[in-house]
Design a protein around this ligand. Structure first.
Ligand code: ADP
Length: 394
């Protein structure tokens, strides 16, 4: 019987899953999907590795399906899929590992309690990431579980890159830059050498441009700086998050607009970014297709911030050998990539318009001193790999 690893990514209103078969050391996707719209209009969709629909279901509004009900439905569905497999374990995406978890960890009640301490650091994500872990530890303690963190990969950042200029007592209490999207960056770092061994050994900036967006400076495959900080709202403007903002603005909003922490949270996480500036949509496709000046402004601001962060990360690296685009916008939007590349001409990047239009992987011209790439990320596979490694060692 072959081994399989289940990967779970639980958010506030969805649980995404991927099932990987372990065949002679190679992890291959068997099926994946999600239950979305939890608590409102839940729907389940599972597809096989080629994208064909395996199973679909919708629940009525009155049924109030939550995380627990979603896990039970998923277990029912997976029973059939796992008929020919032995489930060796479940890997979970967990947004915050604090300073303590610098690598993936086998879960236990003690580890879960330690991870619950980071809930105040990521209140919008951590509780939901941990919910299925707790349910499984209680309901199916025989199943091995592993937590894989978005923060771990950035623990290689030098002390200076992790520090805010605030009193030491606060820094020591954990108010520092953690960085996120680490599973995506670690995956890109793991495949870059197949494309460009010199860049993989050198200085690379990776642009993870999805709904959430950040950029990371890699030196020899290790993270040395990134645009996200204490939380995943810092850095680039995103679909609905504002990115870097003068902290004085938040004080002004409190003093002059009477906004409290919850109102500001809503503003900076859900009402800002591409959506806030355009007033139209958080979806880059909609904005690129729109003739509205506000849509253009949102895209221009997004690109302007990328251009500035690219310079900043190249400075942190002391030079640049390659840049890599990944995630929804980075992988699919030739138009956005073309504009980022044009803005980066001063760094020695010469794009190949034809290769970029085709989607890469190499999108720079042969004469370009700095190479440019579009490489699909695979956070689920990274979690499956990490889970297998932890289980093999324990
Ligand atoms: P998440 O962070 O939720 O995983 P994704 O990585 O799937 O998000 O990225 C979602 C973003 O990618 C959306 O803004 C979407 O508009 C954008 N996107 C996907 N395909 C394209 C495309 N062909 N052109 C422009 N943007 C795209």
């Amino acid at each position: 019987m072959r081994d399989a690893i289940l990967v779970l990514n639980a958010g506030s209103s969805s649980i995404k899953f991927s099932l990987f078969a372990d065949a002679d050391g190679t992890l291959g996707l068997q099926c994946g999907g999600q239950i979305e719209g939890l608590y409102t209009a839940p729907r389940f969709l599972a597809r096989d590795a080629r994208g064909a629909t395996l199973s679909e279901k919708r629940w009525g509004e009155g049924e109030r399906l939550g995380h627990e009900g979603a896990l039970l439905h998923l277990r029912e569905f997976l029973r059939g899929e796992l008929a020919d497999f032995r489930l060796s374990g479940i890997g979970h995406r967990v947004v915050h590992g604090g300073l303590e978890f610098t690598r993936p960890v086998r879960l236990s009640a003690e580890v879960l309690a330690a991870l619950e301490k980071f809930i105040p650091l990521a209140p919008l994500h951590q509780p939901h990431n941990l919910a299925p872990i707790r349910m499984l530890l209680e309901g199916a303690p025989e199943v091995a579980q592993v937590a894989c963190f978005d923060t771990s990969f950035h623990r290689s950042n030098p002390e200076l890159a992790q520090r805010f200029a605030i009193p030491a007592e606060l820094h020591d209490a954990g108010v520092r830059r953690y960085g996120f999207h680490g599973l995506s960056y670690e995956y890109i770092a793991s495949v870059l050498s197949q494309h460009d061994p010199a860049a993989a050994a050198g200085r690379t900036v990776v642009l993870h441009l999805g709904n959430g967006a950040s950029m990371c400076a890699l030196d020899g495959g290790k993270s040395v700086a990134s645009t996200m900080g204490f939380t995943a709202v810092d850095g680039l403007p995103m679909g609905t998050r504002c990115g870097a903002i003068d902290p004085g603005v938040l004080l002004y909003l409190m003093d002059e607009r009477g906004m409290d922490a919850r109102a500001i949270e809503k503003l900076i996480y859900q009402q800002s970014g591409l959506l806030g500036v355009s007033g139209i949509s958080s979806d880059m496709r909609t904005l690129l297709a729109s003739d509205e000046p506000r849509a253009r402004l949102a895209v221009d601001l997004y690109l302007y911030r990328i251009r500035r962060e690219l310079g900043s990360l190249a400075a942190a690296l002391g030079g640049l050998d390659a840049i890599v685009f990944t995630a929804g916008i980075g992988e699919n939007s030739a138009a956005i990539r073309a504009r980022v590349l044009a803005d980066a001409d001063w760094l020695g990047i010469k794009p190949s318009a034809r290769a970029n239009a085709k989607g890469g992987p190499r999108i720079s011209a042969a004469r370009s001193r700095v190479s440019a790439w579009a490489i699909p990320t695979n956070e689920e596979l990274m979690i499956a790999r990490q889970t297998r490694r932890v289980l093999a060692a324990s």
